[in-house]
Design a protein around this ligand. Structure first.
Ligand code: PMP
Length: 459
């Protein structure tokens, strides 16, 4: 059965398949952290539907909520009509919002995916400001539709100005390390304020508080506060893309809470649907200048997803799972650094909460040779790095990223019954996104298997 399904689907499905290539498994049952394949093998799932599963697979509160809708005879799809199921979802969602937004929020239901909500956010700020350009960051990932893709650096025909996202390790502009975030801030203000930069006042700035697909890069809280101040001072709406970081994942209910900033727009998807498709934007009421029909879509009324989402949001809130993610995540990071930090093939272990990354590097390369990647090597970079105010020297000179080693670690993990994701600009970061419900014992088993897998490729 297993082999037949794999063979048929790889023959019939598009060549754009991604996960299925690296993970030749055929899931037939799942519960919590565990997936069981058609071949009877069991796996610990730290991919979690690319971060969509805050409570793991088939959590009882999610199943109960979904069954509740099915048994009630409620319509499953309702466009954007008012329903009790939606009312409960909005009430629970608003209960969780950062204080600065909670009292004055509007919600717009978007298409089913995160990328749809990103499109809505980009449209909204353009309508609200009457401006067109967007500020986005190096290494960003916002989705695969045209506007979201442009903000992610993949569609040069949409006007996006790319700014440096602060990162100490392997900063593409060579400004990582002490003072690096301040340099990134200075660069941003000079791009916005210097008429010679040619960057017109934009419609909005979009950022991830922790870059996920970009390789698990947490933004410093101080830098986020600077981005808030810079945008506020210039009346530029700040869009926080919390598609991946939201619902407790990083150790706060919303990742922007770590820095205390209040964005003008929040883009939410993945975990808010409790594993079913749901995406919304939440924004300050004075930005609500849409005309009726300005952002329509058929699948904005998925009642099963709303019920699953309500149950998930409430469960995370009532059980303090964000605090649990902060605590367990920091213990996991400590153990990973102890286990792996000394290996020549491990460049960095980093993360926030239960968003954890291990970057694989070439152990043979000379780590002392300065090797900052020039921004011009990044096809998504539109800014000229030579125009950056001069900053401190890079304080670390990482060995070259090793995507082949990361893929080997992913394979070794799979052999040991552990599913992990890869990310980062070089696909060299092994990523863990376990459900927030993972127990200490399960976390230890995950780390045992990951450490074994890395040790196997390090040999
Ligand atoms: N924004 C972020 C931060 C994401 O991580 C993703 C998906 N990985 C998206 C947007 C796009 O979401 P979707 O895949 O549901 O379109």
């Amino acid at each position: 059965v297993h082999e037949g399904i794999l063979r048929r689907q790889s023959a019939r499905e598009s060549s754009a398949r991604t996960y299925a290539r690296a993970l030749p498994i055929v899931p037939v049952r799942a519960r919590g952290l565990t997936i069981e394949g058609a071949d009877g093998r069991r796996y610990l799932d730290c991919l979690s539907g690319a971060g969509a599963l805050a409570l793991g697979h088939n959590h009882p509160v999610v199943l109960e909520a979904v069954r509740g809708v099915l048994d009630s005879g409620a319509p499953l799809s309702v466009l954007d009509l008012a329903t009790p199921v939606k009312d409960a979802f909005i009430t629970e969602l608003f209960r969780t919002l950062p204080p600065g937004l909670a009292g004055r929020a509007r919600v717009q239901f978007c298409g089913p995916a995160g990328t749809d909500a990103v499109e809505a956010a980009l449209k909204l700020v353009r309508v609200a400001t009457g401006r067109t350009g967007v500020l986005a960051f190096t290494g960003a990932y916002h989705g695969m539709t045209a506007g979201a893709l442009a903000a992610s650096g993949g569609a040069p025909d949409v006007q996006v100005t790319r700014l440096p996202y602060p990162q100490d390790y392997r900063c593409p502009f060579g400004i990582g390390g002490p003072g690096g975030a301040e340099t990134a801030v200075r660069w941003t203000t000079s791009l916005l304020d210097d008429p010679k930069s040619g960057v017109p006042l934009p419609a909005g700035m979009i950022l991830e508080p922790v870059q996920g697909e970009g390789g698990v890069i947490p933004a410093p809280d101080g830098w986020l506060r600077s981005m808030r101040r810079i945008t506020q001072d210039r009346s530029v709406p700040l869009i926080a893309d919390e598609v991946q970081t939201g619902v407790g994942r990083t150790g706060a209910f919303w990742a922007v809470e770590h820095s205390g900033i209040t964005p003008d727009v929040m883009v939410l998807s993945k975990a808010i649907g409790g594993s079913l498709p749901l995406a919304v934007i939440v924004y300050r009421d004075d930005l609500d200048v849409w005309h009726p029909g300005a952002h329509a879509g058929t699948f904005r009324g998925n009642q099963l997803a709303m019920a699953a989402g309500t149950a998930t949001l409430a469960h995370v809130r009532e059980n303090g799972l964000a605090a649990r993610a902060a605590d367990l995540g920091s213990r996991m990071l400590t153990r990973l650094r102890d286990d792996l930090g000394h290996l020549a093939c491990v460049g960095e272990v980093r993360g926030r909460g239960l968003m954890i990354g291990v970057e694989l590097v070439d152990p043979e390369a000379d780590g002392s040779a300065p090797a900052p990647v020039s921004a011009t090597a990044d096809p998504s970079a539109t800014a000229d790095p030579s125009s950056a105010p001069s900053g401190p020297e890079p304080f670390r000179t990482p060995r070259p990223a090793a995507p082949a080693l990361a893929a080997a670690v992913q394979r070794e993990c799979l052999q040991r019954g552990l599913i992990v994701e890869l990310g980062g600009r070089h696909s060299a970061v092994v990523r863990l996104l376990p459900p927030l419900t993972i127990s200490d014992e399960q976390a230890a088993a995950v780390l045992d298997r990951l450490s074994d897998a890395v040790a196997a490729v390090a040999r």
